[in-house]
Design a protein around this ligand. Sequence first.
Ligand code: GLA
Length: 388
Amino acid sequence: MKQELLKKFEEVYGSSEGARVYFAPGRVNLIGDHTDYNGGHVFPCALTIGTYVVARKREDKKLQFYSMNYPENGITEGTLGDLKYRRSNGWTNYPIGILWTYARKGYKIHNGFDMMLYGNIPSGAGLGTSASIGVALGLMIREMFGIDDITNTDIALFGQYAENEFHGINCGIMDQFASAMGKKDYAIFLDTSDLRYEYAPIDMSEYALVITNSHKARGAFDAKYNERRMECERALAELQSVIAIHSLGELTPECYEQVKEMIVEPVLVRRAAHAVYENQRTIDAIKALKENDIMKFGQLMIESHKSLKENYEVTGKELDVLVEEALKVPGVIGSRMTGGGFGGCTVSLMKKDAVEMFTIEVGKNYTEKTGYYADFYNVEMGDGARVL
Ligand code: GLA
């Protein structure tokens, strides 16, 4: 892959001298969704698909961008002197946003660069594409300019900062953290309140994890996502009148039950309930995994989906049908939507020998019930961001 990318870079820019190749993966979250911006726990793993960036430093302040995913755009240009978000910039808002973030954090970049991007995460699938772009670019800038006091966790935080402050998407840290810190064959149990984490081995000798792409477009995702986050903030503000907490993630379910009547609007009660119980399920899930209780892990996945459907209302018909159909297949242990929702993918845990039947049955029934086609990918857990 590295050689092919360098060859393509040479074709686009005339030579590949001085160019290096960077990679940052996408992610799938096994359990713990819509908990990361509530100071709760998440349990994602990095994938082997993601974003590749090939780049080399320039002597002047010019920026040149090329995407293999949008070859029709050719090379477009920018300059270090103009790091503003513009809708017309399209995908190049990502490199501009990461440069802008470095500047905001006190790192002055004096040289421009020529860069080429290639992503192989299915588009719109909700598998952490934009996070992987941000992390790959954060890594590129750190390495290209020899900034040595930036850790991979900082790269994740810079990526999130760019999403929040430059793109206006109030996402949490999960996707960027998984992309920057992933480890082959491990998932990451991350406490988003303080970024303490633990790698948990996922033994796939008897079981398989399968991602199912609903191909349902995640229409108006950003607006709906930001709305959920605001609802949680409103619920938190009401609870803070009786209990000294900084986030919903600090509440145990028992404690939440005692104070929940302070929340007036029923819809906010449901949102907060999801945040609190989903956090507990994630903690319970890693415990189950450590005790080798795979059935319990699957049960928690099923409960997680139910709560994302009923309390958080982020699933929609397509993801619900995928989960319902998945659970009918013998050998399937758990299934749930993964990531932000409103379309995108599910992740299902099953016995290895159930995979074939799963793809046939779920594929057929899903199309019959929704009119969409489903795609299936075996989860391969890969390493986090790196220079190739
Ligand atoms: C998106 C966001 C993450 C997280 C998930 C839901 O992927 O980028 O920060 O909130 O949704 O768990």
